[in-house]
Design a protein. Structure first.
Length: 427
């Protein structure tokens, strides 16, 4: 029975996933995704846009802003990291020409170093500066802590062991990350964020998205340890990654998800490949997995019930009591009808829509600037015009809005701002 009930549903389920740009490597991955209890995700490029920009450049006394960006761009010329691209773009905007790089070394999880104009340049985290025994300015430390608390990334620059300046970079949270996190949490999945960023930066992003478990200042190899630790606690763990360093964790996870823009190594070690970078696709993959397993169970029941009823009747078990005896012709027809039932039910997966399973999400905003009922009505109209909003309830006192639906929190804040008021997510 299972030989007929299972493969058809799996084949149709994988085909439907492919139509939604979700490529599932094998049937085991399709079935395991629905059993996940935890999902380990990186921050950069998954929860955030992966396109950071330099927002501030703060040199120490006696050093110019252009000198800081020139040295930073010179050392980052040898790196392919997203932060390096942001620094190089900042140098281009300021029309700064970088100096030749004579040596280069990437220091895993902490930054880079190299030789520029005969000097040793270090660029990276506070941890890297401490390792090099670089004395840091108290005022810049306060600035770095303040900006990290706002989800920015401080990057320190030192030349020959002396501090030259601080760069502040910010990678905005993806607009769909709020919705994706809510969707996954509604499915009972606990998210675990792993990032090489500082604890303050990681905590700020996690707090804004509602993620409770955070591992900050994590080296690439430590992601594997995080996955193993969760598995040893008895959890079924999924991993979302895009880089070469994510490959071991993707291979170790019960289900590995590689984003389509990731490296070939990550994709080869993952069980499921997603088009694009959005976590929403992970939720959709899990929804398809759950729907396929439900369909398999329905097929098994459908095929089994025919046999439970038909075999005893064909064997004459009911003949002495009722005089019923199933003729061979009808038994053959019942078996054929069983196969038709299984195939028909499995083909219902072709029309499965993951978004139909999403439960409405409630988002509360603190709104300022409203002074009358007319303002309340303006805010209500602005919020209800945002795609995905089912209902918006706005109160003048104490200045709150409760939005129900599947909209992005950032889009809601922008809608209120565009209407002429101010809004922020309620804590």
């Amino acid at each position: 029975i299972r030989d007929r009930a299972t493969p058809i549903a799996i084949m149709v389920g994988m085909g439907r996933a492919a139509q939604l740009n979700i490529l599932i490597r094998n049937s085991d991955a399709l079935q395991s995704a629905s059993h996940l209890s935890h999902l380990v995700v990186d921050k950069t490029g998954t929860l955030t846009q992966g396109r950071p920009t330099v927002t501030q450049i703060r040199p120490v006394a006696g050093v110019g802003v252009k000198e800081v960006i020139r040295l930073a761009a010179s050392i980052e010329a040898g790196s392919a990291h997203p932060l390096a691209a942001a620094i190089l773009q900042a140098a281009q905007r300021q029309q700064v020409v970088s100096a030749p790089l004579t040596s280069f070394e990437a220091i895993e999880g902490r930054g880079v170093c190299g030789r520029v104009e005969g000097k040793t340049v270090h660029l990276g985290s506070r941890q890297l500066m401490q390792e090099q025994q670089v004395a840091l300015s108290e005022s810049l430390l306060q600035l770095a802590a303040s900006e990290a608390g706002k989800a920015a990334t401080p990057v320190w620059l030192a030349v020959d062991g002396r501090l030259k300046g601080l760069l502040i970079l910010k990678d905005p949270i993806r607009r769909d990350s709020y919705r994706a996190v809510s969707m996954l949490q509604q499915r009972g999945i606990s998210l675990v964020m792993c990032t090489g960023d500082s604890q303050a930066t990681a905590t700020a992003v996690a707090r804004e998205l509602g993620i409770a478990a955070v591992h900050s200042e994590v080296l690439p190899a430590d992601k594997l340890a995080v996955v193993k630790a969760l598995q040893q606690q008895g959890h079924r763990v999924g991993m979302v990654g895009d880089g070469i360093n994510d490959a071991p964790a993707l291979a170790q996870a019960d289900t590995g998800f590689a984003v389509g823009s990731g490296t070939d190594v990550a994709i080869q070690n993952a069980d499921i490949t997603l088009a694009g970078d959005s976590l929403i696709n992970v939720s959709h993959a899990i929804a398809i997995s759950s729907a396929t397993l439900r369909n398999i169970n329905q097929n098994l029941f459908g095929a089994f019930i025919y046999n439970v009823i038909g075999i005893p009747m064909a064997a004459g078990a009911l003949f002495t009591l009722t005089g019923w005896l199933l003729p061979p012709m009808f038994a053959s027809a019942a078996m054929a009808l069983s196969s038709v039932t299984v195939v028909t039910n499995a083909n219902r997966l072709r029309f499965f829509n993951p978004t139909n399973e999403e439960n409405p999400v409630s988002i509360r905003l603190n709104v300022t600037g409203m002074t009358c009922a007319h303002c309340v009505n303006n805010v209500k109209k602005a919020l209800e015009a945002v795609p995905g909003v089912a209902q918006a309830e706005v109160t003048l006192e104490p200045g709150e809005a409760l939005v129900t639906g599947a909209a992005d929190a950032t889009a809601l804040v922008e809608a209120v701002t565009t209407a002429g008021y101010s809004a922020e997510l309620a804590g």
